[in-house]
Design a protein around this ligand. Structure first.
Ligand code: 13P
Ligand code: SF4
Length: 391
């Protein structure tokens, strides 16, 4: 029952550009062919040549071929801490998606350069909240008279502009590892939370962790006048959930949980909090990618796990834990197509350019956005809580 991607699914989900969610980006110069048998030795040689000048960060959803070259792997929270902890590295190559590289640029010294090996590695969830829409939403809250008592919390999966907006309005960033602490922090400072852009993480945190009711949460739809809400609904809601979601985690349904329980007796179901509330409610455990890894690593030999998160990570977990049964929660496979944009040819291309003295695909956040986004990121990093484990 180990998930094996079919050629068709790979074509649809992992290998080809998705014009709905990705910008096509040409790499200047020659991108090595994926079939080049020397890619691994070229990556090794470039990494060795750069030595301590280079630090490679790899998100858990990255391909194996890329993870192999990461100096540190982690979830969004751990990677943001690690980016800030290497002031001596001249180049931070971020194997992840655009918003993560932006956060790394914000958290690192001005002298450090952050590189995203493929600029088409975006995030469809982050794209669901545009800064103009969020400013419109805030004007609605001002008109209704609740802006002063509302604290914005934005998930890490958002643009630097949204993080800066959050910082300017007294709010904080959160990741899936610390959403509960961030929301608790927000309610210590205000009466209402505007949670951006993932409605599912916001709802799961408010209801499951903070004990609010589903009725305390309303969805703010940026495509509708007044967010699709009456003034009264805005006034009485405790949490305004931005209407955004992750298309990868949106594939998991409550039926998937029922099916796997039927097929694998005694299975433990563990899911990411970007999944729908109905899925999280049926699961045995919920947590960030880092928490999912730790739970399975520490599980007794012979135990069975169905995992509701991105496929690259689930496949790696299955291989790293041969004494346990690790299966994918959905019947059909699902990579994050934008995470998958970072492949070995792009990594080799960016590293070899650095060796040659060309900084390619640098991610630069403008100083004003950087200042306010850092305010919001620093509030998150200052939250009390366990330090993430080191690799
Ligand atoms: P974490 O690694 O923080 O759990 O986030 C998952 C994710 O979807 C990143 O895009
Ligand atoms: Fe964005 Fe979802 Fe991909 Fe994470 S898994 S980068 S939230 S689309």
């Amino acid at each position: 029952m180990e998930p094996e991607p079919t050629a068709l699914a790979l074509l649809l989900l992992g290998q080809q550009a998705d014009p709905g969610s990705e910008r096509g980006v040409e790499c200047p110069g020659d991108l090595p062919a994926p079939s080049d048998p020397d890619l691994v030795s070229r990556a090794r040689a470039a990494k060795e040549a750069l030595g301590d000048r280079l630090f490679i960060l790899g998100h858990h959803y990255q391909r194996d071929e890329v993870i192999e070259f990461a100096d540190v792997t982690g979830d969004s929270f751990k990677l943001s801490q690690q980016a800030a902890a290497r002031p001596e590295a001249e180049f931070i190559v971020f194997c992840g998606v655009h918003f993560m590289a932006e956060s790394a640029d914000i958290l690192t010294e001005d002298s450090q350069q952050v590189i995203l090996p493929d600029l088409a590695a975006g995030c469809s969830m982050a794209d669901m909240a545009a800064i103009g829409q969020v400013e419109d939403c805030w004007r609605v809250l001002e008109r209704v008279g609740v802006a002063e008592s509302t604290i914005p919390i934005t998930y890490m999966n958002s643009s630097a502009a949204i993080k800066a907006f959050t910082g300017k309005h007294g709010g904080s960033v959160c990741t899936s590892s610390n959403a509960e602490r961030s929301m608790t922090w927000a309610f210590e400072r205000g009466e209402k939370v505007l949670f951006l852009p993932d409605q599912h993480l916001g709802r799961n945190t408010a209801v499951r962790d903070l004990g609010l009711s589903l009725d305390d949460c309303v969805i703010y739809n940026p495509h509708k006048a007044n967010g699709g809400l009456t003034d009264e609904q805005i006034r009485t809601a405790k949490v305004l959930l931005w209407r955004g979601h992750c298309s990868v985690h949106g594939r998991f349904t409550a039926e998937c949980v029922d099916d796997v329980r039927e097929q694998v007796p005694g299975v433990n179901v563990i899911v990411h909090p970007e999944c729908d509330y109905s899925v999280v409610e049926k699961a045995d455990q919920v947590g960030s990618t880092e928490k999912i890894i730790t739970a399975i690593e520490n599980a007794p030999s012979g135990s069975a796990w169905a995992v509701g998160t991105e496929l690259n990570l689930v496949k790696r977990l299955a291989h790293a834990n041969p004494d346990k049964q690790v299966v994918y929660l959905d019947k059909t496979v699902c990579f994050c197509s934008t995470m998958n944009r970072i492949d070995l040819p792009h990594l080799v291309w960016s590293l070899e350019n650095l060796v040659a003295g060309n900084v390619v695909n640098q991610i630069v956040v403008d100083p004003d956005t950087q200042y306010w986004a850092k305010v919001a990121l620093d509030r998150m990093l200052a939250l009390p809580g366990p330090a993430p484990s080191q690799d």
